[in-house]
Structures are given as structure tokens and as C-alpha cells.
Write a protein that binds this ligand. Structure first.
Ligand code: FES
Ligand code: FES
Length: 213
């Protein structure tokens, strides 16, 4: 056990010293504070080249720009939606170099040179992707807000299973993951639908996958 000699400063002394420190900080006149550097007014920018839906897009961006904001605000591709902006809803899902990502959680500069596919790149109203058609056939949406993210995610999910990437519900990690409704449900669990269109969404995806819902 420590003796009083080992702690020569009393609790009262510490409190007084702490208060004095605070007071000292408080009396520094504003004029002595370090001047803000002129460059701090301008955010750092960087040149970013993205291949978006098959077209090269060159951007000069504030380095803090998320991929989602680069797509929506700078490239005016408003199909990708901003739901939570915190990685919790999946509305912002796009496919980057073949893998689905939450575009709100990543900076555009981190994807320089990558191939980005958004809902606009999967198909058009005249020439829909098979997954888009299936969502229409199975009524896999109500308000449609989450739908672009759901469809991008669904397309990538089927590719993930085909590529042998396991999920939380894959029982045998040494075998190819089975193409089942359970696997699809688990992998789609990051895409939230506030309208609750889940059963029809699963019906659409399993239809494209050729499995039973
Ligand atoms: S907006 Fe990105 S996950 Fe919700
Ligand atoms: S269809 Fe409305 S949020 Fe999913």
C-alpha cells in the first residue's frame, strides 16, 4: 500500500492546481492564439477518375467527399439514395469493381480508377436488367426509395454466391455456398426497406436465381 510520502500532493492541492491551469488557459488573450493559416480556409481537393456505368468521369473533389455525394451531387446520378448516411440502411449500395459497398461509408478518392456501377448502369426503363424486371414482376417495392440499393445489392449477392464467398449462415466453409433463399435473405439483411416489401423482394431475387423462395 502507498504511504502518504509517496503522494506528496494532496487531493486538495490537485484540485487547486487544476483550477489554476484552467484559469491560466482562460486568460490567454485571443490575439496571442496561433493565427489560422490562410490555406485552412480552402479544403484540400484531389483529382479523381471514376469509371461510372461505363463512362470515364473526372472530378476535382474535396477529399472528404463520400462516394455517395460524388455520385449524387457531382455526377447527378440520383438513382443511388441517401437514407441514413451512416451505413445502416443500404439505400446507397453501389457496385465497385464487382463488390457491393455502402457508398455513404467510403470516400470517393479511395475509388480512383475503379469501375462503379449504379442502378442507372444496370439497365434503363427500355432495357431493364433481369433483376429490375423481376422486382417489377414481383412487386418488390412500394415507395421505391430503397429499391436501387436493393437491386444493386441483389445483383452482387448472386455474384458473391457464385464466387464462393461464404456468409454468416453458410454451414460448410470448405464447400461452395448453396444458392438458397436462406443465403439470399442473410446476404440482403443490410438492405432495409421501411415499406416492408421484403417477401416480394426475396421472391424477385430467388426468381432470378432460379431457386424457391
Ligand atoms: S445511406 Fe448508406 S447505408 Fe444508409
Ligand atoms: S419500397 Fe419503400 S423503403 Fe423499400
Amino acid at each position: 500500500m502507498a504511504t502518504a510520502d509517496e503522494f506528496p500532493i494532496s487531493r486538495r492541492g490537485i484540485l487547486i492546481g487544476g483550477a489554476a491551469s484552467v484559469a491560466t488557459v482562460g486568460i490567454i488573450p485571443p490575439s496571442t492564439a496561433a493565427p489560422a493559416s490562410a490555406s485552412s480556409d480552402r479544403p484540400p481537393t484531389a483529382r479523381v477518375r471514376l469509371d461510372v456505368n461505363g463512362a470515364a468521369r473526372d472530378l476535382e473533389l474535396d477529399t472528404r467527399t463520400s462516394l455517395l455525394d460524388a455520385l449524387r451531387e457531382h455526377l447527378h446520378l440520383a438513382g443511388t439514395k441517401k437514407g441514413c448516411d451512416h451505413g445502416q440502411c443500404g439505400a446507397c449500395t453501389v457496385i465497385a469493381d464487382g463488390r457491393r459497398i455502402n457508398s455513404c461509408l467510403t470516400l470517393a478518392v479511395m475509388h480512383d480508377g475503379e469501375k462503379i456501377t449504379t442502378i442507372e448502369g444496370l439497365g434503363t426503363p427500355d432495357k431493364m436488367h433481369a433483376m429490375q424486371e423481376a422486382f417489377v414482376v414481383h412487386d418488390g417495392f412500394q415507395c421505391g426509395y430503397c429499391t436501387p440499393g436493393q437491386i444493386c445489392s441483389a445483383v452482387a449477392v448472386l455474384d458473391e454466391i457464385k464466387a464462393g464467398i461464404p456468409s454468416h449462415v453458410t454451414a460448410d466453409l470448405n464447400a461452395a455456398p448453396p444458392l438458397t433463399a436462406t443465403e439470399i435473405r442473410e446476404r440482403m439483411s443490410g438492405n432495409i426497406c421501411r415499406c416492408g416489401a421484403y417477401s416480394n423482394i426475396i421472391a424477385a431475387i430467388t426468381d432470378v436465381a432460379g431457386v424457391k423462395a
